[in-house]
Design a protein around this ligand. Structure first.
Ligand SMILES: CC(=O)SCCNC(=O)CCNC(=O)[C@H](O)C(C)(C)COP(=O)(O)OP(=O)(O)OC[C@H]1O[C@@H](n2cnc3c(N)ncnc32)[C@H](O)[C@@H]1OP(=O)(O)O
Ligand SMILES: O=C([O-])CC(=O)C(=O)O
Length: 370
């Protein structure tokens, strides 16, 4: 008997992140501690090296990331060649990351040290691609990264061409920390399946971006904001959700395959949403979200997931709604790369079976007789 959606199947061993009894840890460190205290660069180091960096190692990683953020001019030219009013930024990111591989002389060098160098270059460049896309479609020039800025600061600087406020940097840094890794979620599994054929790092990340894009996974955060916009006012929230449930529609940002009692990342994003929407005079998005969350919890027993409150957080930072999933991707690239490196370290082809339920014993009829 097959298990639909591979629910509950343990498909690999990993020492990167764990979800045990609804608690999430990265390499054994609680997500709550990391969310409150760590920089995104520290988390990248942790996921890739399975230990926290010392000050010197952290400075070195920060400098290397900042120094590798520029992307080839050909990729910028390529982004300029689309009709960006119709292209989704996740599609553009997927294609641009695939293109990055064409400009990396080491793309098909399979030694682990080369894979680590590619991981650094890729992580550095993804935020530049997302920011460049956002600016080009507004008819503006891309902004070059600055070597003395942190990863979160650089992303906001490249997006808006101005030094971000501390509160914005802290919010983006925390969001990047919270989204960095999550055990064997669909996109991470995709990355591992891809590179387990001994395909290259760029192929693995391109495949993972493709999986994250879907609305049942990372694509949900953009849909949450679409839903909140449709609801419009706090008083409309419950009638709107009632109707959706009556029509058997799914409520985006709610439910999770693994968490039964709640996603431990959601409370951090809920708090950020409360603070940031208040600060920007847009509390209605938070109030509306709370109403939806409480109603779905009571009616369906479903908890909010990481995508639910991230929507109102990014909205309060003035970020375009279709950039929400690319921001998730910028962070998750760090986790995908950790899993890709781990997969190469102890590889075996991933090839499950399917239970055949189609017709049997058919007789081939030549086309002229059909
Ligand atoms: C970063 C992330 O990927 S977090 C997840 C992001 N995705 C979303 O927020 C999309 C909305 N949520 C969902 O679609 C689901 O909860 C998933 C895909 C996340 C996990 O779902 P699964 O474990 O596969 O559960 P499945 O989709 O089979 O649902 C089980 C039951 O709960 C219901 N259900 C699950 N999620 C929801 C939801 N968000 N709204 C309404 N009903 C839901 C299903 O309709 C189904 O009901 P039924 O048994 O009466 O048919
Ligand atoms: O683990 C999952 O299935 C989805 C998820 O929350 C994530 O990828 O962060």
């Amino acid at each position: 008997m097959s298990t639909k959606g591979l629910e509950g199947i343990v498909a690999t061993e990993s020492s990167i992140s764990s979800i045990i009894d609804d608690q999430l840890t990265y390499v054994g460190y609680k997500i709550d501690d990391l969310a409150e205290q760590a920089s995104f660069e520290e988390v990248i180091f942790l996921l890739w090296n399975k230990r926290l960096p010392n000050k010197e190692e952290l400075n070195k990683l920060q400098q290397e990331l900042a120094a590798n953020m520029s992307v080839p001019d050909e990729i910028i030219a390529h982004l300029k060649s689309y009709d960006l009013s119709t292209v989704h930024p996740m599609a553009a990111l997927r294609t641009a990351v695939s293109m990055l591989g064409l400009f990396d002389e080491e793309a098909d060098v399979m030694e682990q040290e080369a894979n680590k160098r590619k991981a650094l270059r890729l992580q550095a460049k993804v935020s530049t691609i997302v920011a460049a896309f956002a600016r080009i479609r507004q008819g503006k020039d891309p902004v070059s990264p600055k070597e003395n800025l942190s990863y979160a600061e650089n992303f906001l600087f490249m997006l808006n061409n101005k030094r971000p406020e501390n509160v914005e940097v802290e919010a983006i840094n925390k969001a990047l920390v919270l989204h960095a890794d999550h055990e064997l979620n669909a996109s991470t599994f995709t990355a591992r399946v891809c590179v387990a054929t001994l395909s290259d790092v760029y192929s693995g990340i391109t495949a993972a971006i493709s999986a994250l894009k879907g609305p049942l996974h990372g694509g949900a955060n953009e849909r949450v904001m679409k839903m909140l916009t449709e609801i419009g006012e706090v008083d409309n929230a419950i009638p709107y959700i009632k109707e959706k449930l009556e029509n058997k529609e799914k409520i985006m940002g709610m439910g999770h395959r693994v968490y039964q009692n709640g996603d431990p990342r959601a409370k951090h994003l809920r708090k950020m949403s409360k603070e940031l929407t208040h600060l920007t005079g847009q509390s209605k998005w938070y109030d509306m979200s709370v109403k939806v969350e409480e109603y779905i919890k009571a009616e369906k027993g479903l908890p909010a997931n990481v995508d639910f409150y991230s929507a109102s957080v990014y909205h309060s930072l003035g970020i375009d709604h279709d950039l929400f999933t690319p921001i998730f991707a910028i962070s998750r690239v760090s986790g995908w790369l950790a899993h890709i490196l781990e997969q190469y370290d102890n590889n075996r082809l991933i090839r499950p079976r399917a239970e055949y339920v189609g017709p049997k014993g058919q007789t081939y009829v030549p086309i002229e007789q059909r």
